[in-house]
Design a protein around this ligand. Structure first.
Ligand code: CA
Length: 514
């Protein structure tokens, strides 16, 4: 059965950018598991790809993602600007930096100020206006938990203290007309969701499978999930391979079986991994979830093809940030500039429009929204509020002009002042940094705005970032990188720029790096 009809522009506005006969708009499927690191893709060690990165692939089983990569544009230098769940999602949805979109910190009840501004224009607002039907499945985690439990008005969605999870009522869904989502909740085999009508579902099965079933139903339009007369935009936000990853409670046994007989230490191939950390045995469960995501993503792609929708659908696979998994001796999986946390997989398949290749464009999180709109031919509709850049001309090779970034900004914000009741007011902008095509630099500060630490890594010669180059050892390099950071801070109107934080730090340092 052929479900897809020829899509005609539904409004006059949709057609104004093109003088020729309007082609039907592509569907867009955006799949982003949580905490899926770039090296957890087996293809990086295969002949075509191994020269594109200078680190080893994790010993993972990802046959579907490997096959997808062979049909996609594969980025090796995409980053998560603020590699933490909520700030990433705020930037992804709006193309704006955290201070403007409102999501400055990981959303939870004690951080009421960190929430997606209701008036911020999201990609789904734009696509809805442009005649798309938008659906969201899975983890949202972009707004503060509110006392809006639909089953129990005036109460949070659960009795957890502090509450992290959230229900999103229809008026805050930003153009998503199909809804099957939650805020954040980390029990992979007992997930829950609120649907379009606000009804809660507790399916008692592996969340990645369940959400893929829902996505397949959306593609098939099994229960009238979408308006079949419109192109669709579907965001599919899996939670795994996010923690917990400690037992068979957290993953599927069939996936774990691929790794269970391996000494967990043999799963660590990065020179900077410390397998003495108590977290180290987790790798088998983390990789099992990587494989679980791979299997379900493959099932989604197969259904897309079976329905004949694959040719006119842009499919993206990425993640909100990476996972350190015992690298750099840290237990914190994210929120750092280390490659394992900051760099993310990013693959785009658009048959006939984007040719398969490996591309080193340094894509930042704020670039994703305008670039998706550009790929859909809607570059005239990119809102003025967007602060990232439409890089679609690079990917489409369509001859339009486009400035290719020479570096990416890194942001780490921490809680600001705490009120007596424990709620957080404001942010403390703990660190800023950049990554160029060769170097990574991060400057972190103490609470009294002095230098805490400077880290500089030569990613060409030190792919596992094991030698921090002291800034006094190569002052010219340090000044050059600070110059790029200063420009990036200004471009993004960052608090470090507005309050002259970098400038003051460099004045203090000047005497020490003559
Ligand atoms: Ca996350």
């Amino acid at each position: 059965m052929k479900i897809r009809n020829i899509i005609l522009p539904l409004t006059g506005i949709a057609a104004v950018s093109c003088s020729n006969v309007e082609e039907s708009r592509p569907n867009i499927i955006y799949v982003f598991p949580d905490q899926f690191r770039i090296s957890s893709l087996a293809f990086w060690d295969s002949p075509e790809y191994e020269g594109a990165v200078n680190w080893k692939a994790d010993p993972v089983h990802t046959p579907n993602l490997d096959g997808f990569a062979d049909e996609a544009l594969v980025l090796n230098s995409a980053v998560s600007t603020c590699p933490l769940s909520s700030p990433h999602r705020g930037m992804l949805l709006t193309g704006m930096y955290p201070e403007r979109n409102g999501v400055t910190l990981n959303c939870m009840a004690l951080r009421p100020e960190s929430t997606l501004r209701p008036e911020a224009t999201c990609i789904s607002d734009v696509l809805d206006q442009a005649g798309y039907f938008c659906g969201y499945i899975g983890k949202l985690h972009a707004e503060t938990p509110m006392k809006n439990n639909p089953d129990n008005p005036g109460h949070f969605v659960s009795d957890r203290t502090p509450e992290w999870d959230a229900y999103t009522p229809p008026e805050r869904r930003h153009g998503f007309r199909y809804w099957y989502s939650y805020g954040t909740f980390d029990v992979h085999k007992n997930p829950h969701y609120w649907d379009t009508d606000g009804i809660r579902h507790d399916p008692h099965e592996y969340s990645v499978k369940h959400e893929t079933d829902r996505a397949i139903a959306f593609l098939r339009n099994e229960n009238g999930e979408r308006d079949a007369g419109k192109p669709f935009f579907l965001m599919l936000a899996y939670n795994p391979p996010h923690s917990p990853y400690e037992s068979l409670e957290d993953c599927m046994e069939e996936d774990f079986n691929l790794y269970k007989d391996m000494d967990y230490r043999s799963l660590y191939v990065r020179d900077n991994a410390d397998t003495t950390l108590t977290k180290a045995p987790s790798a088998r469960y983390y990789f099992a979830n990587v494989t679980g995501v791979d299997r379900e993503f493959g099932r989604l792609l197969a259904e897309l093809e079976r329905l004949g929708l694959d040719k006119n659908t842009i499919v993206i696979f990425t993640s909100d940030h990476g996972e350190t998994m015992c690298s750099q001796g840290t237990y914190d999986p994210k929120n750092s500039i280390y490659t394992e946390s900051y760099c993310v997989p990013f693959m785009i398949r658009y048959p006939g429009k984007i040719r398969h290749r490996i591309d080193s464009t340094m894509l930042s999180t704020t670039d994703i929204m305008p670039t998706l709109l550009g790929m859909a031919g809607l570059y005239d509709r990119i809102p003025d509020s967007v602060e990232g850049h439409d890089l679609s001309p690079v990917f489409l090779e369509d001859g339009r002009e486009c400035t290719v970034p020479d570096a990416t900004l890194y942001i780490r914000n921490l809680d600001g002042k705490k009120n007596p009741d424990g709620t957080v007011h404001g942010i403390f902008p703990g660190a800023r940094g950049i990554r160029t095509d060769r170097y990574t630099m991060e400057i972190s500060i103490t609470r009294d705005y002095c230098i805490d630490r400077v880290m500089i890594f030569d990613d060409w010669n030190d792919p596992y970032q094991m030698r921090n180059i002291p800034y006094g050892e190569n002052p010219e390099l340090f000044r050059e990188l600070c110059g790029i950071l200063d420009r990036k801070l200004e471009e993004s109107n960052d608090i470090w720029y507005r309050e002259n934080i970098l400038e003051k730090l460099l004045e203090d340092l000047n005497s020490t790096i003559q």
